[in-house]
Ligand binder design. Structure first.
Ligand SMILES: Cc1cc2nc3c(=O)[nH]c(=O)nc-3n(C[C@H](O)[C@H](O)[C@H](O)COP(=O)(O)OP(=O)(O)OC[C@H]3O[C@@H](n4cnc5c(N)ncnc54)[C@H](O)[C@@H]3O)c2cc1C
Length: 323
């Protein structure tokens, strides 16, 4: 594999520094390219091994360079937002992980009520900013710890609302560098899903239609109320990915799991939450494989008792072992 060193940006070794690892950059950019980069701190489960290669682009040019590099090297590629709906293998991920966390900007249009947001903006931060202006529409999103890009891809939702309800337009870039403007009709939205899931088109920004003109105090109060309600009913105190399973048509997944006595079921540091049976918590020192095994056990037990196979909402990436 050939790697370009961007000579002017190789940092000099400090005095008395024995081991010196030169900083690599994506060719033609100032965007650091890091090898064997730990992903555990970038996922809300706080588990997972390293990315073979990792970049966090700050601009469209960095993104295009990332795509060019990964294609040139013929490596697989994984897209990462805030990592709040991902279970990454303890063995890590091959190829390049592209993280959108630095693709941030928010533009409120006071005339139209449209807000255009960079993919890496936390959706909860956007919800608070809208509330402070007295713009209604995103109060439900305040407890979702993901990015705007992740919310679009997952069609994140809560309190009977979801991302697709407000979305007007999404900008994506494909590995070939093609930039597309897509409407909700193009994205095949349904419950916690869109056609972007598992694909290679990266959401760079999204535009939402909100309703300006309300009393900011009222919108903030409603937003706070939603957050309070979630903190009282869901376990936010330990690492998790939120709801692990999609709700099947018949019943809520949490109810099916609770009824067969699986609350508190634990393997290693991974436990089915006492407060909400559709959450699996990292109670400390969990491996990704512990979480995976709890997921499989829950699926098997629910199928055995209810003849329903629970589909994970969490995206499971990399290799796992059973038993
Ligand atoms: C405590 C907690 C509570 C939660 N509550 C809710 C809830 O109420 N409702 C809900 O819907 N979800 C909830 N979640 C799950 C999660 O926050 C959402 O699914 C969120 O939208 C994921 O966004 P993310 O940026 O973290 O995406 P990631 O987890 O990083 O990625 C999710 C998927 O989106 C892809 N992706 C991410 N960004 C991009 C991009 N810019 N372009 C293309 N693909 C991309 C990834 O490749 C991956 O397939 C919760 C999670 C936690 C930890």
């Amino acid at each position: 594999m050939t790697l370009s060193y961007n000579a002017p940006h190789i940092s000099a070794p400090k005095r008395n520094q024995i081991h010196f690892k030169p900083q690599l950059y994506l060719p033609g950019t100032y965007c650091p390219l890091q090898s064997q980069f730990s992903l555990a701190s970038l996922t809300s489960f706080r588990v997972g091994g390293p990315a073979e290669w990792y970049v966090a682009p700050r601009s469209l040019e960095d993104l295009q360079a990332s795509f060019e590099w990964v294609q040139h090297q013929k490596l697989p590629m994984t897209l990462l937002g805030a990592g709040s709906n991902l279970l990454v293998s303890d063995q890590g991920l091959p190829g390049l992980v592209i993280c959108t966390r630095y693709l941030r900007h928010i533009e409120f249009n006071n005339d139209t009520g449209l807000v255009t947001v960079g993919a890496g903006e936390p959706i909860a931060r956007l919800a608070w900013q809208a509330a402070k202006r007295g713009w209604q529409g995103l109060e439900w999103a305040v407890g979702i710890p993901g990015t705007v890009g992740g919310a679009v891809v997952m069609n994140a939702g809560a309190h009977s609302s979801c991302t697709a309800d407000l979305l007007v337009n999404v900008e994506t870039i494909s590995p070939s560098g093609m930039i597309e403007q897509l409407t909700p009709q193009d994205l095949g939205f349904s419950y916690r899903t869109s056609i972007l899931q598992g694909g290679h088109r990266l959401v760079t920004q999204a535009t939402f239609q909100l309703q300006p003109g309300a009393d900011p105090k009222e919108v903030q109060a409603k937003t706070s109320q939603h957050l309070k309600q979630r903190h009282s009913s869901q376990p936010y105190h330990l690492p998790s990915c939120g709801s692990v399973f999609r709700n099947p048509d018949s019943h809520a997944a949490g109810w099916l799991i609770e009824q067969i006595g699986l609350k508190g079921y634990q393997i290693g540091g991974a436990q089915v939450a006492q407060r909400h049976a559709n959450f699996i918590l990292n109670c400390g020192g969990a491996q990704a494989n512990d979480i995976f095994q709890v997921i499989r056990h829950v699926q098997q037990q629910v199928e055995h008792h209810w003849s329903v196979w629970l589909e994970p909402e969490v995206r499971i990436l990399g290799e796992f072992q059973l038993g």
